[in-house]
Design a protein around this ligand. Structure first.
Ligand SMILES: Nc1ncnc2c1ncn2[C@@H]1O[C@H](COP(=O)(O)OP(=O)(O)OP(=O)(O)O)[C@@H](O)[C@H]1O
Length: 305
């Protein structure tokens, strides 16, 4: 059953501006952990603002829990949890005061829905008298999640919850989301970190207001056309220039300590001979499986050609 739907949603902020969303359509199933994956400015926050009824789309329709975001905005607001990208807590209130405040706002109490938040809250409870402004990034994130959950929402919208948080806290956060999913909550989460896509059941890759692809991470990876290679040599900056000068190579870009590349028409032997001729040493060229970032880059060029 579909819990969140968007049909042909478009949005432009102000006259003459570049559209933030262009004809976006997708749906999220009940109980699904769905990821919106894309770089800054892709349009992720705009989608969240429309779905949480804070912003009107110019065109298209959207529903949450079967309710229309325009007509039924009031009912939607009480049935969803929203953790906006920018830190949304009251800096001068303590952990406990923030949580009580959000519970009161929704006409409930912390005790009434404690079961849902207890595993997360336990981790920050030792600091419950500390002001939110004095918490670490990871603790702020846990508190914000508790506040978004305290009224037991059916759908949870999390806008870049792991941005600016350390690697361990990021991993812990995704573990928490898996646990919430077990409790039947539908979760829509955005991230600019491609490696986090793997933690979602399905993802939408989004760029410049358009959806490039929607599927499971595995299906997106399996749909990668052709063979991807990783290439390394003693001097990487020159290598990138030289490879780009070789006719038979299609895309080539830096990816960690390697370059990732695909052949357009050339072969491994020809490329190796070409690079050796340019004086490159210790060359490693190997076939690799793409990750989500490779798929994203590939989709970007095929979509914009
Ligand atoms: N209030 C606003 N007024 C004008 N333009 C806006 C506003 N909010 C967003 N935009 C523009 O709309 C586009 C999409 O922005 P959006 O915030 O939805 O992207 P995002 O993927 O969430 O990225 P970010 O992480 O940077 O917020 C961007 O070009 C952005 O500059």
């Amino acid at each position: 059953m579909e819990t969140v739907t968007l049909h042909n949603i478009s949005k432009t902020y102000g006259k003459g501006a570049t559209p933030a969303l262009k004809d976006v359509s997708f749906s999220v199933n009940k109980g699904e952990l769905f990821g919106l994956i894309g770089p800054d400015g892709a349009g992720k926050s705009t989608i969240f603002r429309i779905l949480t009824t804070l912003l009107l789309a110019d065109e298209g329709t959207a529903t949450v829990g079967g309710l229309d975001v325009v007509k039924d905005y009031h009912r939607i607001r009480s049935s969803v949890g929203y953790m906006p990208g920018r830190f949304s807590l009251y800096q001068d209130l303590t952990i406990e005061e923030n949580l009580t405040f959000f519970a009161t706002l929704f006409g409930t109490t912390v005790a009434a829905n404690y079961e849902l938040i207890k595993d997360i809250y336990r981790q920050i409870a030792p600091f419950k008298d500390r002001r939110a402004g004095k918490l670490s990034g990871g603790m702020k994130q846990k508190l914000a999640l508790c506040c978004a959950l305290v009224h037991k929402p059916e759908v949870l919208f999390l806008d870049e919850p792991t941005t600016g948080v350390d690697a361990v806290s990021r991993r812990e956060f995704w573990d928490m989301l898996q646990q919430l999913k077990q409790q039947g909550i539908t979760i829509v989460v955005s991230t600019p970190y491609m490696d986090e896509a793997r933690r979602c059941e399905r993802i939408a890759l989004i760029q410049a207001g358009s959806i490039l692809s929607i599927d499971t991470p595995d299906a997106i990876i399996n749909a990668y056309p052709g063979q991807l290679y990783a290439l390394k040599a003693a001097h990487i900056p020159h290598l990138l220039n030289d490879v780009r000068g070789f006719e038979g190579v299609g895309q080539c870009y830096a990816a960690g300590e390697y370059l990732h590349m695909v052949f357009r028409s050339g072969s491994e032997e020809h490329l190796l001979a070409f690079l050796e001729g340019k004086g490159h040493k210790d060359i490693i060229l190997k076939k690799i499986k793409p990750d989500i970032e490779d798929c994203f880059i590939r989709l970007l060029t095929t979509t914009h050609q």
